[in-house]
Write a protein that binds this ligand. Sequence first.
Ligand SMILES: *[C@@H]1O[C@H](CO)[C@@H](O)[C@H](O)[C@H]1NC(C)=O
Ligand SMILES: *[C@@H]1O[C@H](CO)[C@@H](O)[C@H](O)[C@H]1NC(C)=O
Ligand SMILES: *[C@@H]1O[C@H](CO)[C@@H](O)[C@H](O)[C@H]1NC(C)=O
Ligand SMILES: *[C@@H]1O[C@H](CO)[C@@H](O)[C@H](O)[C@H]1NC(C)=O
Ligand SMILES: *[C@@H]1O[C@H](CO)[C@@H](O)[C@H](O)[C@H]1NC(C)=O
Ligand SMILES: *[C@@H]1O[C@H](CO)[C@@H](O)[C@H](O)[C@H]1NC(C)=O
Length: 331
Amino acid sequence: MEGKTTTLLLLLFTLLLTTSLSKDLCHKDDKNTLLKIKKAMNDPYTIISWDPKDDCCTWYAVECGNASINHRVTSLDISNDDVSAQIPPEVGDLPYLEYLIFHKLPNLTGEIPPTITKLKYLRYLWLSWNNLSGPVPELLSQLKNLEYINLSFNKLSGSIPGSLSLLPKLEFLELSRNKLTGSIPESFGSFKGVVYALYLSHNQLSGSIPKSLGNLDINQIDLSRNKLEGDASMLFGAKKTTQHIDLSRNMFQFNISKVKVAKTVNFLDLNHNSLTGSIPVQWTQLDLQTFNVSYKRLCGRIPQGGDLQRFDAYAYLHNKCLCDAPLQSCK
Ligand SMILES: *[C@@H]1O[C@H](CO)[C@@H](O)[C@H](O)[C@H]1NC(C)=O
Ligand SMILES: *[C@@H]1O[C@H](CO)[C@@H](O)[C@H](O)[C@H]1NC(C)=O
Ligand SMILES: *[C@@H]1O[C@H](CO)[C@@H](O)[C@H](O)[C@H]1NC(C)=O
Ligand SMILES: *[C@@H]1O[C@H](CO)[C@@H](O)[C@H](O)[C@H]1NC(C)=O
Ligand SMILES: *[C@@H]1O[C@H](CO)[C@@H](O)[C@H](O)[C@H]1NC(C)=O
Ligand SMILES: *[C@@H]1O[C@H](CO)[C@@H](O)[C@H](O)[C@H]1NC(C)=O
């Protein structure tokens, strides 16, 4: 009798154990899609361990949501691999994806597939340091949950879609180190979201920056190493809360004599432009960590005080007739 009970209990226990073990949280559509992605990317080393027998929510580079969304896949992060492939259009078939990351895949080529516009919950798009080409997709503006776009270090070309300004939750837009041309969209003066950082450096952007950008109060703005010209003084303003302004290596041309800089600015790099005038005394009130006004056409006395003498002559080199410390005293 006792033996029988034990056997029964054992049986029950085994049954329980196996059912709980084989309980796959992963949604079968997501598993199928992920396996297609793996195949389309030629079985990259980082995800070679994906085993169809396992719960895909336990796979490397994959994360699933909780029961409220049936444990659908919410994150795919494939980084640091020598995969030779394109972004598989199938990524658009992970309908609950919030984070899509392809990072440091130097042989990831081709265009950003239009299918990603199906990812209506996407919040975070990080496709940096690959060799992607083609345009920044205009259709990204349909992904109303996007908070973070980072497409830096690729070979993207064409102009910046002005419609990106329509994204209501956008906080970070980083498109630096590509081959983007054309001008900065007028619409960037009125982002729907509260954009914290705008990085467009190391491209081939040209023309004047739109006056509307004066409306922006952005924490970090980097337009360095483009071919931008004309007036950029609207980016400054005593009432803004900007911290980081890099306009270096462009062809901006304006007189800085009366440009007031917000007291919050601690990074100010204006080197290699055609700026004229003299350094305003107001700039002695700044708390500067980085400062560079070299290679311009500035003239006159460097105001003495504040942080302006904390920087050596290299920050002031190659101007028309700047003088006083840290340069030679004025005649
Ligand atoms: C499930 O996830 C959602 C979205 O991340 C979250 O808002 C919710 O609080 C979570 N629910 C539980 C029960 O953890
Ligand atoms: C990328 O592809 C090129 C040419 O096919 C190859 O020579 C190179 O080793 C690859 N690089 C990496 C990091 O896989
Ligand atoms: C893109 O590919 C080229 C050569 O194919 C390589 O030299 C370069 O490092 C790659 N770019 C990135 C960002 O990995
Ligand atoms: C974007 O990605 C690059 C490359 O990984 C990184 O250096 C940079 O900090 C990122 N930008 C933002 C705004 O997170
Ligand atoms: C720059 O503006 C100041 C003040 O308005 C003016 O005195 C100066 O002549 C201007 N410099 C140049 C080069 O235009
Ligand atoms: C300022 O920029 C110039 C030109 O790029 C560079 O040579 C110099 O070292 C920089 N100075 C400082 C203090 O960063």
